[in-house]
Design a protein around this ligand. Sequence first.
Ligand code: DC
Length: 228
Amino acid sequence: MNVPVIAIDGPSGSGKGTLARLLAARLGWHLLDSGALYRLTALAALRRGVALDDAPTLARVAAELDVHFESDGSREGRILLDGVEVGAELRTETTGNAASCVASVPQVREALFERQRRFAVAPGLVADGRDMGTVVFPDAALKVYLDASAQVRAERRYKQLKEKGIGANLADLVAEIRARDERDMNRSVAPLRPAEDALMLDSSTIGIDAVLDQVMVWMRERLGEARH
Ligand code: DC
């Protein structure tokens, strides 16, 4: 099996989710939103009353996760957990923080490893996460590490929340983002860091269109004009 994979890693708010979705749509490839798997594991655990530090039970929840991604795991498509649609609950701060705890449990990461690998199906996969290039798809044809300053990421989050009619404090958001980065970058397993062969991109001062254009250039260089 030699399915081409583009691994996109980086901190939350860097725009990697949007980039991955646009890239997958442009190429007609599959999409893996690996953060959603950690969020779903956290949600399933919370619903079952499993403590977020009960590693063996969390690993079992992750291994037995009954999840179905409609329209290929895209953030736009419906996601079913135990046959029931998961709505906005998946993207709340509560679920995100629980996901960050669950994601620091090595047995959970192990349990989700094969499930993530199975997304690599022809004609290709765009994989979005924190350890796509370092752990899950070390053989990826192209690895991109998309970053942005904590201030810019907090401002984006602030705008998103405001659009949803949710009030927030910018300084608090900057502090929360820094705390989340700290946890994701310093955990003992699969910490957030660029793969050695990742191409670095900073979206602090450029828009998503420019980010997408740059990645398409790299993509053509790596995979050749024949494909796209
Ligand atoms: O990208 P996100 O906010 O949906 O991710 C939710 C949490 O899952 C985040 O705290 C980091 C973690 N995560 C991870 O550890 N590894 C991944 N490949 C994806 C997400």
